[in-house]
Structures are given as C-alpha cells and as structure tokens.
Design a protein around this ligand. Structure first.
Ligand SMILES: C[S@@+](CC[C@H](N)C(=O)[O-])C[C@H]1O[C@@H](n2cnc3c(N)ncnc32)[C@H](O)[C@@H]1O
Length: 261
C-alpha cells in the first residue's frame, strides 16, 4: 500500500459513509478460508416448520438469509432505527414469514417457550430471557466476536485485546461474562446441554483504506473512532500492517450450540 500523509487520510475518511443497519457489504476484504460460516451451522439445526427468535438482529441482514428455511421468524433489536432498517430490508416474498420488534435483550416480551430455536449473532447475551423464550428441547445458537478479534486494531486504543476490554466493561456494568467459556458454564448451570462449541482465528486483510475506516467507524471499539483524534495513530498502523494485498488484521469468532433441558 502506498504511503500517504495525514491530509490524504482525512480526505479519504471524509468519503466513507456510516454503516446502515449492520451491513458490511461495502467493505473490500480478503480472508483466509474460515472453517465454517454461521449461516451453514444454523441451517443444520433449522427445520422448515421452526419458529425462530433472533436477538439483537441489527438490520436483519443475516437473519433474513435464514428466513426462507424456517416456518416463521421474529427479529428483535433494542434500536428502533435497526428495526426500521430490518423492515426496509425485508423482501416482499418473506414479509409473511418474518416479523420485527423493538425489544431489549434483557427483557424480551415474548411468550415463554414459544420458539424452537433462539439465535444471537454478535449481540449482547442475557441468558435468562433467551432461554425462557425457548421451548424445552429447543436449540440456542450463539456466535460471538472472539476476544482476540482485530487484535492489532484494539491495541491502538490501549487495550491488549478486545477480550480484556469487554471483561472490564461487563464487570463495570454488572453483566455476566459473555465469552465462550463463561457462556458454557452459565448454560450448563441453567440445565442446558452443550451440543458443540468452536472457534477460529484467521488472517484477514482490508483491501483499501476506505474499508478500514468504514470498519473503525462501524464496530464497537474501546473509543469511538475520530479521524482528528486517531488519524496519526491510524497512519502508523497502516504503515506497520501493510502487506502487498492490503492492511492486515485477524478475525476471531466463537460459536456455541446448546439444547434446553
Ligand atoms: C454487532 S450488531 C449484530 C447484528 C446482527 N445480529 C448481525 O450479526 O449482523 C449488535 C446489535 O445488538 C444490538 N443491541 C445492543 N444491545 C442490545 C440490547 N440490550 N438489546 C437488544 N439489542 C441490542 C445493537 O443495536 C446491534 O444491532
């Protein structure tokens, strides 16, 4: 990647739009192959008659790709703008099968035991309400961004890893820990059977500076990204992490599948 100065970085940053819903499709990335995709895994557990709850659905982008394979779905998020975007994103042929509601994951207003499958992809996990929504024998599938994700980026903000940052955040807010190991313990204590769990940590590369800036503006970081405050640091980061193909980081994902007893 060619060297650039701070003015050019700012000029390019000004061309980068904010994320809409939870849609990362404008990013140009190369990644080493991942051993699974979340959608493939969920589809193995989905039956065509299942009623499915998606917690913290964002703009429903990923959930909508699964709706054709289920009986009916409810996508929830605490952000009204997210749910408005999910409604806009719903194609006419799926409108009968999926509904959307603004709901806090801490207090889901659904009938107990109403769902065959409860999903949470990259959202905050509050197990009591999630398990209450699930029928006995139903599956809970949760994928989280792992604690080692984008580690070189997290280090720019003074933390050794996102895992360290989030543990501190959960402790400060009195939330149960939401890493894979902690969730397994909590699920087992709640009487669930752990069906499977796994993780991967692969190399991934931003193919242009705009994709990196889009990512920094979109994802939760220890500090909100601000080009005026973080620009010089970003320039050094780009120089230090440039490879022939682009700017390197890593993608760490954890998945957990549990069955309610
Ligand atoms: C990282 S996004 C994931 C969106 C989607 N599940 C996906 O995988 O693309 C996290 C979502 O969690 C939502 N969220 C954060 N806290 C929440 C809460 N307490 N209750 C419900 N949704 C919440 C945010 O509004 C955001 O849409």
């Amino acid at each position: 990647m060619n060297a650039m100065d701070i003015e050019e970085l700012k000029r390019r940053a000004a061309t980068v739009e904010d994320i809409r819903g939870w849609n990362f499709s404008r990013m140009k990335m190369w990644s080493e192959p991942a051993p699974w995709t979340y959608q493939e895994i969920v589809r193995r557990y989905l039956r065509p008659t299942d009623r499915v709850l998606d917690i913290a659905t964002g703009g429903g982008e990923v959930f909508l790709s699964l709706v054709p394979f289920m009986g009916s779905g409810l996508g929830t998020d605490f952000g009204p703008q997210m749910i408005a975007t999910a409604r806009e994103n719903t194609p006419a042929d799926l409108a009968e099968k999926v509904s959307w509601a603004v709901m806090n994951a801490q207090n889901l207003k659904v009938e107990p035991g109403d769902f065959d499958l409860v999903l949470n992809r990259h959202g905050p996990v509050f197990l009591d309400p999630a398990l209450r929504a699930l029928r006995p024998g139903g599956y809970f599938i949760c994928q989280q961004v792992g604690g080692l994700n984008s580690r070189n980026i997290i280090r720019l903000f003074g933390w050794d890893s996102g895992g360290d940052y989030w543990r501190d955040y959960w402790d400060r807010h009195g939330f149960a820990h939401q890493d894979l190991v902690s969730l397994q313990t909590q699920l087992t204590e709640a009487g669930c059977r752990i069906v499977a769990q796994g993780s991967y940590n692969i190399r991934t590369t931003f193919l242009d500076v705009e994709s990196l800036i889009f990512f920094l503006k979109a994802v939760p970081l220890p500090e909100d990204f601000d080009i005026e405050r973080h620009g010089e640091r970003m320039l050094r980061f780009i120089e230090e992490n440039s490879a022939p193909e682009g700017i390197e980081t890593n993608e760490h994902r954890e998945i957990l599948i549990a069955q309610k007893g």
